[in-house]
Design a protein around this ligand. Structure first.
Ligand code: GLY
Length: 356
């Protein structure tokens, strides 16, 4: 098992990555929180697979486990209504400020459980137990939690750091192939951002859901990359913005396609497009852009979009990271080195055209 220590300004915690460690969840929760009572929040796909095992492990360590809260799986559940149901559920179970929420599932569950914990009684502790690759390498670490509004994704939320993250890579064996492939978009992004050796490894041998030992090491390296960023800039004032590599165009592709294409796939397409545009502008070499594209392709990820530039620009205009007529984009300078640049919307339009 690997232990990665995250030292965010608001809270320090450990991320535990290993194989078969869900069985030791109770021991880890007790050691890191000292709590005696908890409640598992999960969703309708992951719950039947892993909630019994998680609760058995919690009970075996002497914890009092309140009846679990389950919501319907899927992004469409990331609403204020579901959040309200979870908050009422925590109140009905009489959880107190000494108790802990266990968010068991993928990115949606991490968001819902994390935000419910952030708001209930003005904040109780949450332990993130991610069961998807995307949640392990990205969303379970760093404390971003949110629900969607009719007006857009993730528009209501809080920074609420977990007290512990337990990533058991054996849970990835039940992930559908297309979801696994999609998650690789964030892995490729992290490699381009900060780990040239990882990119070489991914180029030589693309990730697959088989081989849990390799997955544990890849997840741990991704968590370390994210840890370095969020420990320096928890609130996305500067360095954390670099984690948005590929996201400006990626989010526009995601929203314009009505979220039919997965987040990681959209990030991969956005990453390849900004890399090709950066190569055209001379900000990075053509070789850098080609390597990024080949690596995305080797993972079965899209490298561009057929959506018209004007359609994408309409969604960029609604991006919550836009500032007036400009937007901060992240550009690769070389593998392992990226930079945030502020560009106006006309320049972004040119970059999208160049990146096709
Ligand atoms: N997923 C980007 C971040 O956590 O900042």
């Amino acid at each position: 098992m690997e232990t990665i220590k995250v030292g965010a300004a608001s809270r320090s915690y450990e991320v535990l990555v290993g194989t078969g460690i869900l069985d030791r969840l109770g021991e880890f929760v007790r050691a890191s929180t000292g709590c005696s009572r908890c409640c598992v929040i999960t969703e309708s796909t992951v719950g039947p697979l892993y909630a019994d095992a998680a609760e058995d492990a919690l009970l075996a360590s002497g914890l009092d486990v309140a009846p679990r809260l389950t919501f319907t799986a899927g992004e469409s559940s990331k609403t204020l209504a579901t959040l309200g149901m979870l908050l009422e559920g925590l109140a009905e179970r009489e959880l107190t400020r000494d108790d802990v929420v266990i968010a068991l599932g993928g990115g949606v569950t991490g968001d819902m459980g994390g935000l419910a914990a952030a708001l209930y009684l003005r904040g109780i502790r949450v332990v993130q137990v991610p069961t998807s690759l995307l949640a392990m390498v990205d969303s379970s670490v760093g404390g971003k939690t949110a629900v969607d509004l009719m007006a857009g994704k993730n528009l209501v939320g809080a920074f609420w750091q977990p007290s512990l993250v337990v990533a058991d890579v054996s849970t990835l064996s039940t992930i559908p192939g297309d979801l696994f492939r999609d998650s690789c978009g964030e892995v490729v992004k992290h490699a381009v951002l900060a780990d040239p050796t990882l990119l070489v490894e991914l180029e030589r041998s693309p990730l697959t859901a088989a081989g849990v030992d390799r997955l544990a090491s890849v997840v741990a390296r991704n968590v370390s990359i994210k840890r370095d960023v969020v420990s320096a800039d928890e609130r996305e004032r500067g360095l954390r913005q670099t984690l948005n590599l590929g996201h400006t165009i990626g989010h526009a592709i995601e929203a314009a396609g009505d979220f039919s294409l997965g987040h990681g796939s959209c990030v991969a397409a956005g990453l390849c497009m900004i890399a090709r545009a950066a190569a055209c502008r001379g900000w990075c070499s053509a070789d850098t852009a080609e390597r990024i594209e080949r690596c995305a392709e080797a993972h079965g990820l899209p490298t561009s979009t057929a959506l018209p530039t004007e359609t994408l620009m309409r969604y960029v205009a609604h991006d919550k990271k836009r500032h007036g007529d400009s937007v901060n984009i992240v550009v690769p300078l070389e593998v392992g080195r990226c930079e945030v640049r502020t560009v106006d919307l006309d320049e972004l339009r040119c970059l999208i055209d160049l990146g096709r």
